[in-house]
Design a protein around this ligand. Structure first.
Ligand code: FES
Ligand code: FES
Length: 158
């Protein structure tokens, strides 16, 4: 028999109905129940940022929150960022600036960058580094990540 409660999550503009136990993280709900595997699981303990998604426009580490707590929120994952065939400016900038190597951290970096730009923390390379410091990159692509965020911030301001 299935256990857990039926909940509704609003993800990338769609209502998704799923059954989860109370202790299931938002990350596991997205990846394992809804098949949205673009959000990555790195440490599963809040230390790497690979699992970053937007909840009501704010970036959060989805491994640190429970799915049942996020009903009635607007959740955006990397799958929901592009506008049809048109990449989000941050996605385009990451490609243009070669801001990834293995790609393991990239969806989280991109989601975090979207929020960082909206928060207005892009005044300088140092500021970007500081406000993106919750997103680790084992490949140390940091210099190009900062360039990508600067590019995208400039475009999104226009
Ligand atoms: Fe969530 Fe590392 S997987 S912070
Ligand atoms: Fe490999 Fe960041 S590109 S961890």
């Amino acid at each position: 028999a299935e256990s857990g409660a039926e909940i509704v999550l609003r993800v990338n503009g769609e209502q998704r109905r799923l059954r989860v136990e109370n202790r299931v993280t938002l990350l596991d709900a997205l990846r394992e129940r809804l098949g949205l595997t673009g959000t990555k699981k790195g440490c599963d303990r809040g230390e790497c940022g690979a699992c970053t998604v937007l909840v009501d426009g704010e970036r959060i580490k989805s491994c640190l929150t429970l799915a049942v707590m996020r009903q009635n929120c607007e959740i955006t994952t990397i799958e929901g960022l592009a506008d049809g065939d048109r990449l989000h400016p941050v996605q385009a900038a990451f490609i243009r600036r070669d801001a990834f190597q293995c790609g393991g951290c990239t969806p989280g970096q991109i989601m975090s960058a979207v929020a960082c730009i909206h928060e207005g923390h892009t005044g300088s390379a140092e500021e970007i580094r500081e406000w993106m410091s919750g997103n680790l990159c084992r490949c140390a692509a940091y210099a190009n990540i900062v360039h990508a965020v600067q590019d995208a911030a400039g475009e999104m301001r226009r």
